[in-house]
Design a protein around this ligand. Sequence first.
Ligand SMILES: NC(=O)c1ccc[n+]([C@@H]2O[C@H](COP(=O)([O-])OP(=O)(O)OC[C@H]3O[C@@H](n4cnc5c(N)ncnc54)[C@H](OP(=O)(O)O)[C@@H]3O)[C@@H](O)[C@H]2O)c1
Length: 412
Amino acid sequence: MTTERTYDVVVWGATGFTGRLVMEYMHETYGVEGDVRWALGARNANKLAAVKKEVLGDDADKVPDIIADSNDEESLQALVTSTRSICTTVGPYAKYGTSLVEACANHGTHYCDLTGEVQWMHQMIERFHTTAESNGARIVFTCGFDSIPSDMGVFYVQSQMQARHGTYAPRVKYRVKRSDGGVSGGTVDSLMNMMEEARHDPKILDVIADPYALNPPNMPRGEDGPDQTSAEYDQDFGEWTAPFVMAGINTRVVRRSHSLMGYPWGEHFRYDEAMLMGDGPRGFAKASMVAGGTGLIMKASEFTPTRNLLGKMAPSPGEGPSRETIERGFFEIELFAAHPEDPEKNLVAVVTGDKDPGYGATSKMLAESAVCLAKDDLDSPTGLLTPSVAMGDKLIHRLSEHAGMTFSLKDL
Ligand SMILES: NC(=O)c1ccc[n+]([C@@H]2O[C@H](COP(=O)([O-])OP(=O)(O)OC[C@H]3O[C@@H](n4cnc5c(N)ncnc54)[C@H](OP(=O)(O)O)[C@@H]3O)[C@@H](O)[C@H]2O)c1
């Protein structure tokens, strides 16, 4: 990466719902004119000035602005050459994100985002991995609730398995135990955009359905099949489980991490995600209802009229959950790691976070990823990476220290 840059971090998309939360977190955590030199980016100078005043108050003038539009290459070049890392909430990424990834790859600028658009990531990996790798850029997708608890959670539980038992788990299960949160317009817009793209190019559906869609091309795959779609009983947890809506993103990211690391967990490593719904007939009924509802929404998003209806029922871009929903939200996840020979040595890791997962917690994860990429002494490879491959223990440390997350082992 080029050595001298004016800023450590630029938050781009600062006028949007999530960007505003990232701005607020950077201000609260890193202050102004401190050790982390940060700036705000947006496409509309007047809107940015108004949002800054609202969020930063008297400090508004102390945080510099960069005006850049995804359709204006010159402005993007100025943006990416001004900073060591950029975190972007300008989405849907498939619509607005490609030119920024290209500019970061070309100029050796580290990058993190909140995309969950598997088809777009797949395309970006094919197009820009080699350029980013040779120019020293670490480009990291999915630095929010999808997929940091999954990717860092697996990394954590496998490190613990290695430290305690000198081996790795051939099977890890991610189970959402409890969570509370809301939905923003930008996220709904991203899902609708993905399904709209699939209407024009049905091959996109194949990419989305491929469990190894993000593995590097021509590298070994594995034995995992399609994601869970119905109620299933989980012996290891003694509970019924329902499909987890983000499994289609997170599992691909974890499998890419394994591949980029050179398959340390073995060629038969298996990974899946689901939500815990309780035991007995009540657990079964709840799991079946959630599975049915999730299936219905996914089906409805495939067809234009029902997709439009869903879009109308959801918040518009720029809108999201209330402050109260964000503040009272939380999540608690358990990751079961099977010891290869001795069930007595199985481990369960617990990953928790305060604030609502999709926005309050996500904005903190994204900000810490950007600071980690800019400031920490990383010895990871470069290219289009995953959170654990790019940032490993350093990110776990930051998330635990500043962002209200915990990573621990449960006593079994
Ligand atoms: N993975 C997760 O856990 C997670 C969680 C939250 C959000 N997300 C994703 O994050 C993205 C943003 O969500 P959001 O709810 O914050 O959306 P949003 O409120 O609609 O914000 C989008 C931002 O992008 C800016 N923008 C739009 N077009 C642009 C362009 N051509 N050039 C530059 N900037 C442009 C908008 O600027 P204006 O203000 O000028 O319109 C706004 O600042 C979505 O893709 C969403 O799916 C993911």
